[in-house]
Structures are given as C-alpha cells and as structure tokens.
Write a protein that binds this ligand. Structure first.
Ligand SMILES: [Zn+2]
Length: 325
C-alpha cells in the first residue's frame, strides 16, 4: 500500500502527513492519516472523523480508538484512521471551512477549487483508491442532538451489512446526499456508512462509547481482528421525518432522544415568553422512536423539534466472516 509516496508493508504502521494548504499566517496545514496494516491480506477500512470541524464526538471517537490501541490488534487487511479532516473548521469551532463552504458538499473536489473542494480532493485522490469501505464519524448539528445512529445507503447490500455489524441503537437507510463523501465513494464502488451522535462542540459519552463498540464490531465482522465483540441488535428504521414547530415560542421537550413514542402522545410544549397565551402541545404523529431533538429553547415557525424514525424491524443477525486460525 502506498499513500502519498509512503509505502506501508504488511505488519507495519505509519503516520502520514498530507499537505492541504496553509493559514493566512503562513502556517502549513496537513492532514494526518494513521495507517495500520495487519500481517495478512484483508479488506482496508477507512475510519474518518472531523469532516465537519465542530463535530467533536467524531474526532474524539477516533482519538480514543488510536490512543487505546484499537487498530494495533489488526490481523488482516488495514485501517486508515483520519481523526480530523477539516482542521480549518476545527480551529474556528465551525462545521465549514473559513469561506463558509461545507467539505461534505464539495466532493469529489477540485485541486484548483476553493478550500473545501481542495480538502475533499485530497481524500478522493489520496485515500479513497486505497480503501474497500469506511465509517465516517459525525456528530449532531448546532443545538441539535442525535441519538447514536448509523446512516447507510438504501439498496447497497454492503452498507446494510456494515450497519448491521456496527449495531448502533438506530440505523437509517437514506439516499446519499449529492457531493457528499458517501456519494463520491459510492460512485467509485466503495461503501461508506455514516455515524451520527451527540451535538456539535459537546462531548457526548453515550455516543462516544456506542461508536467505539460499533467500530470494534465492524472490525471483527469484516475479519480485520480476531475478537468476539459483544453482539448488538439495533433497530433498522426505513422511514424518518422531522416534527417542526407550528409557531414561534419557547420549546420545552418532555420526551428525549432514544425513547419510543406512541401516536398522539405529548412530546413537548411551545410557550409564549410572556406567559399570557395557553401552551401549544406537540404530539407524536405516529408510533416510532425519537432519534434526535432540538436543544434550543427559542424556536421560530418551521424549526425542527424532533427527528422521528418509523417502521422499525430488528436488524438481521450480524454475520461473522469465518476465518482460518
Ligand atoms: Zn457532520
């Protein structure tokens, strides 16, 4: 395996710095890829974090996995771990790069394009050709909490297999967004599943530990490590929708993410800030599960309040690759 002119032989590890530009102050910026290659042949997995610079849980999940030696147990294939792709957003506490462009809407990228497009190009050109599949670790948005969940591409059997092995509490099938990394990888025949957990600029312990367990299960399921990772049976939710604020006001939630809901059940209240008008109650439109919620107390009409997943069925039992000892 050769990445950015560095050869990594079976059984070797390397940290490769790939230049991606510089700050206005002149400081050079490079992306760090940690490569772990097992002694025997096998699939190559990408573990990616920080595509959005303020989505700290994704970065922390991979920092912890590297620090705790998760990838040093690899027997077959290899892992390329990039904990922080969007360094520009990270140092500015921002999802985007400084010109406001989203790296995850800039794939496959352009070497002569704007900054987001150049960062995307680096991943497309230097990393994507070397991998078989990957997990892209994200976090919720600003004021928006995501209960730990996997997003996988509808109609891609490999994506369903990876989502099932990961075993997050919830897995949602969806079409990949245009110009996202998941779509750019799919165009090259490579499957990326996306983890989402927590809220931007905040650590979320549940999301971090859930993701570390899922990462281990995928490595075991794909045969990279010899380990019996504890099984998990998450729920596959083929449909999801947002419940939005019917009017402006102060939003008080009464149910939180991860909980099942029953049609007609009260989920929260919208109050006027002066205490004069009666509260408006928000009800569950169908039976389902709360997979994300808004933490902002002040909302405008149409603001997303709850993300609800429907139509659950148990994930099929995760298959384990049989392997020679
Ligand atoms: Zn994100």
């Amino acid at each position: 395996m050769i990445i950015h002119n560095t050869a990594i032989l079976p059984g070797q590890q390397a940290t490769i710095r790939i230049p991606v530009g510089q700050l206005p102050s002149g400081n050079k910026i490079s992306i760090r890829a940690h490569v772990y290659r097992g002694p025997d042949p096998g699939p190559v997995m990408l573990a990616l974090g920080g595509v959005h610079g303020d989505e700290i849980n994704g970065v922390e999940i991979l920092r912890r996995a590297i620090h705790l030696g998760y990838f040093e147990q690899i027997r077959r294939g290899a892992v390329i771990a990039i904990p922080l792709l969007n360094i520009y957003g990270f140092i500015n506490y921002s999802r985007d790069v400084p010109d406001g462009k989203d790296v995850n809407r800039s794939f496959p990228g352009n070497a002569q394009g704007s900054l987001a497009s150049r960062v995307a190009r680096l991943l497309t050109r230097k990393i994507l050709p070397n991998i078989d599949f990957g997990i892209d670790f994200h976090t919720g948005g600003r004021n928006h909490y995501n209960f730990p969940q996997i997003r996988f591409t509808k109609g891609d059997p490999k994506a369903l297999e990876l989502a099932t092995q990961f075993g997050a509490p919830f897995s949602l099938s969806s079409k990949p967004i245009s110009k996202s990394f998941r779509k750019a990888a799919l165009d090259k025949g490579k499957t990326i599943i996306v983890f989402e957990g927590g809220e931007n600029l905040r650590y979320d312990g549940v999301s971090i530990s859930t993701a570390l367990e899922g990462l281990n299960r995928v490595m075991a399921g794909q045969g990279l490590i010899d380990q019996d990772a504890p099984a998990s049976r998450g729920r596959i939710l083929p449909e999801n929708e947002w419940i939005r604020a019917p009017k402006a006001g102060m939003f008080l939630w009464q149910k939180c993410s991860g909980q099942p809901i029953v049609k007609g059940e009260p989920l929260g209240l919208l109050n006027d800030p002066f205490g004069e008008e009666p509260s408006t109650r928000i009800y569950a439109p169908r039976d389902g599960f709360i997979i994300g919620h808004n933490n902002a107390p002040v909302v405008s009409p149409g603001d997303a309040l709850y993300h609800i997943g429907y139509g659950d069925h148990d994930a099929p039992p995760a298959t384990r690759r049989s392997r020679k000892k």
